[in-house]
Write a protein that binds this ligand. Structure first.
Ligand SMILES: [Zn+2]
Length: 243
């Protein structure tokens, strides 16, 4: 029974990974039979990874002072590395805690605006992109916990968010009753990005137990693995199961 439960929980993710692995094992001739779509080699859209905050904007922080921006970047870099293993093209909106601000941006607010607008320009310049923005949640009460995925009002965003959210809950927080939800209008990148776009709040820095997990390499890797598996599952299921 234990094995059955474990298998059931991980089945969608394992299936996605296996389908992708199988596609790499096909001889060249058979691979050509897979329906191709525009964009990155292999027909997959370019994965745009946005590590939320950075530079002068640390985002939320744990009681111990660990910054959201650093955790977001650590998850983003793990996601980028895993994506590379699967041949998925990636674009990162930042790859460092330091951000180069334009000289004319003098105040913190101006610098943050300049950074957000540079990220949006990059995101909207990718011809066939899918945006995953990585954040950590915070609430004044220390009890709330668990991931939650939000979606933009663009094609496929809601479906990708619901799949990713279900996978995150299944893998990391099965007792959570949260659901995927539309991104608030005041989240600039979610409002202005033209591509499929989701924002993953991976967990609550205000919950001490979850904050400790979110700061660990192992848990960050699990989050990254679920994000990538969800992306692969979403963008390959129609193609690979058809062969
Ligand atoms: Zn944030």
């Amino acid at each position: 029974m234990f094995i059955f439960v474990k298998l059931r929980d991980w089945a969608p993710l394992a299936l996605a990974a296996l389908l992708i692995a199988a596609s790499f094992l096909l001889p060249d001739g058979d691979e050509a039979a897979l329906p191709a779509s525009a964009g990155a080699p292999g027909g997959l859209p370019t994965l745009i990874i946005d590590a939320g905050h950075g530079g002068e904007d640390g985002g939320a922080s744990t009681a111990g002072g660990a910054l959201e921006s650093a955790i977001n970047l650590a998850v983003a870099q793990k996601l980028d590395a895993l994506a590379g293993l699967f041949g998925v093209e990636t674009v990162l909106t930042r790859d460092s805690e330091a951000i180069d601000y334009p000289a004319e941006a003098e105040t913190t607010a101006q610098r943050k605006r300049a950074d957000q607008s540079a990220r949006l320009k990059l995101i909207n310049s990718v011809p066939d992109g899918v945006l995953i923005s990585i954040h950590q949640n915070f609430y004044p009460d220390s009890r709330p916990a668990g991931p939650q995925v939000f979606y933009a009002d663009t094609e496929d965003s809601r479906a990708l968010a619901e799949l990713t959210h279900a996978n995150l809950l299944s893998a990391l927080s099965p007792e959570s009753r949260r659901v995927a939800a539309p991104a608030s209008e005041d989240i600039y990148l979610m409002r202005e990005a033209r591509c499929t776009a989701i924002l993953a709040e991976c967990g609550f820095l205000s919950n001490p137990t979850e904050a400790a997990l979110l700061g660990s390499d192992g848990y960050q890797m699990r989050i990254a693995a679920v994000l990538l598996a969800s992306y692969l599952q979403f963008f390959t299921q129609g193609e690979l199961t058809a062969t």
